[in-house]
Write a protein that binds this ligand. Structure first.
Ligand SMILES: NC(=O)c1ccc[n+]([C@@H]2O[C@H](COP(=O)([O-])OP(=O)(O)OC[C@H]3O[C@@H](n4cnc5c(N)ncnc54)[C@H](O)[C@@H]3O)[C@@H](O)[C@H]2O)c1
Length: 352
């Protein structure tokens, strides 16, 4: 097993600085060997601030000049796959932030290439690494819920539309669904055992667009140049009903902005014939000896970004498959694309 892995970080914006740099620098078995960002000044500043040996203005230059085992991609959604393809072609393992990409065909081709090159593909489904979610997954895996038949997944922000390229379809691939919906759908789908989607009815709406609400703030992309055009051509609300081949139904409701109560985190309810669960807070509903029971496990919160990044490093060292691999990222993307297609057509669609 390798004592450490050399990692290059591409895209040095908000999430890279709040999570990836911190946890890569702290990781026992990784070296953050190089960073790259279109904004050359920022790349040099980050390299200096965090004592990183090399900085580059492009992923291509980094891949050419650095000796790397893996890259972590934290750029706008539309650029994930083009960068990942270049890394995979060189046999370099890839972690990419969510969503895995914005075009299904591109993702399919990338996953084929990665397989040919023996490259690990990991998608940043951070919520799978939360302690409450791990506990819930254990209950689900033990069969506590019997046969789940319905799962409800929701995340409403009252006024939480991110600022910057996130509202520009050509860079983000979509709006609230591609930004936060991807996490919610992935989590619910994974918790019920990753069933195969059969039909989707979806509706997306741009209900608010740019609003002028006072005294509220939201996530902001750190690249002022990419953000300067203020394009808003995506949905800020999305809803869907997904039927799976095994009979389970999933209902999804996502909003960046809505006139309703704000959810403090992802809301999931799993209904099964033997038990059920809700998140968050985590509660498990069963019947024990003829009595209704509600369990609320006690646990310490963790930082899922830290565990996710360490997991990627461990997978490279061990040559094992990541918990949230590219194949899962692709399945979730196909469902998201199905929601857009159904919404555009105004009818239920069937997935191949
Ligand atoms: N897992 C999570 O919970 C989570 C949270 C936030 C963001 N994200 C994801 O992380 C990614 C980045 O989001 P962010 O908020 O940090 O955005 P950001 O705009 O703050 O940062 C993106 C950075 O990428 C750089 N960049 C753009 N195109 C590039 C290219 N082709 N090559 C190199 N650098 C390039 C920009 O200059 C910018 O510095 C997005 O895909 C987003 O969905 C994930």
């Amino acid at each position: 097993m390798k004592s450490h892995v050399n990692i290059g970080l591409i895209g040095l914006g908000s999430i890279a600085e709040t999570s990836h740099i911190k946890y890569l620098k702290a990781a026992e078995h990784a070296v953050l060997a190089a960073v790259a960002d279109l904004d050359d000044e920022r790349a040099r500043m980050i390299a200096q601030k965090y004592d990183i040996p090399q900085s580059f203005q492009s992923a291509e230059e980094m891949l050419e000049k650095s000796v790397l085992d893996a890259v972590m991609i934290c750029t706008p959604n539309q650029t994930h796959i083009p960068i990942a393809v270049k890394a995979a072609a060189k046999g370099i393992h890839v972690f990419m932030e969510k969503p895995i990409g914005t075009v299904s065909k591109e993702v399919e081709d990338y996953l084929r290439l990665a397989k040919d090159k023996n490259v690990l593909t990991m998608a940043g489904m951070t919520h799978r690494f939360r302690n409450d979610v791990r506990i819930l997954k254990d209950f689900a895996s033990k069969g506590t819920f019997g046969n789940p038949y319905y799962v409800k997944a929701k995340l409403f922000r009252r006024r939480g539309t991110p600022k910057g390229w996130f509202t520009n379809r050509s860079l983000a691939g979509g709006g609230a669904l591609m930004d936060i919906g991807v996490h919610v759908l992935d989590l619910a789908w994974w918790l019920i055992g990753r069933p195969e989607a059969q039909t989707i009815t979806g509706k997306t709406i741009a209900g608010f667009g740019n609003y002028g609400t006072k005294y509220v703030s939201s996530w902001e992309s750190s690249n002022k140049r990419l953000n300067s055009s203020h394009v808003f051509d995506v949905e800020d609300f999305g809803s869907a009903w997904i039927r799976f081949k095994n009979g389970i139904v999933l209902s999804l409701e996502i909003a960046w902005a809505v006139n309703a109560e704000q959810d403090e985190g992802i809301q999931i309810e799993i209904l099964g014939d033997k038990g059920g669960a809700s998140l968050s807070p985590l509660a498990i509903y069963t019947e024990v000896d003829g009595l209704l029971s509600k369990q609320q496990p006690v646990f310490e919160d963790n930082d899922p970004f830290k565990d996710e990044i360490e997991h990627f490093i461990d997978c490279i060292r061990a040559g094992s498959s990541p918990l949230s691999d590219g194949e899962d990222g692709y399945e979730v993307l196909k469902m998201l694309m199905g929601i857009y297609e159904s919404s555009n057509l105004g009818k239920e669609i069937r997935l191949n």
